[in-house]
Write a protein that binds this ligand. Sequence first.
Ligand SMILES: [Zn+2]
Ligand SMILES: [Zn+2]
Length: 205
Amino acid sequence: MLDREGAAHLRAALDPLSAPRPKEDEPDPRTPAQRRADALVAVCQLANECGELPENGGDRPQVVVTIDYEQLCTGVRAKRGAGMLDNGTQLCPQTVRQLACDAEVIPVVLDGTSQVLDVGRERRSISGAIRRALVVRDKGCAFPGCGRPPRWCHAHHVIHWADGGKTCLENSVLLCPHHHRLIHHSEWTVRIKEGHPVFVPPPDG
Ligand SMILES: [Zn+2]
Ligand SMILES: [Zn+2]
């Protein structure tokens, strides 16, 4: 239960984010409840990334996913069970690759009995100068008709780093969480042509 003031804050945050997103002449297929749920997730993503939430066990709030490196690189066609959240929930390979696209990656080497042999250093896949250049080039989500501001956006690897794609301006594009998900889970594709992202819709749509 929320009191009136709490409800007003929640509504003020969710209303602009839960507006329908029609695709050209087709209406948004999501129900109003789903749009509000998506908006709540977007608010939490923004809060998690702002760096001002209290620490949790000595770390900033974060989503932790573990995956076998070979599965990350080759498991795109597997149906599920590729990655695991720290609460044991399994994620499909597309979702794991989406999360790994613009994440802090910590390599861990295990032996055959899952004993940790070595823990590498955390490395942000896209940071600093490249992210700033991306913000200058794309100004926000680069998906046609979107334009959500940079602070909402992830940096998507056009060729995933797990497939050998480089972390550079020519292989990156800013996408809001909604369109980042769309690129990883649908047949929409993006490439960089003459220094700018070009989006190609699915063949029959
Ligand atoms: Zn991505
Ligand atoms: Zn977008």
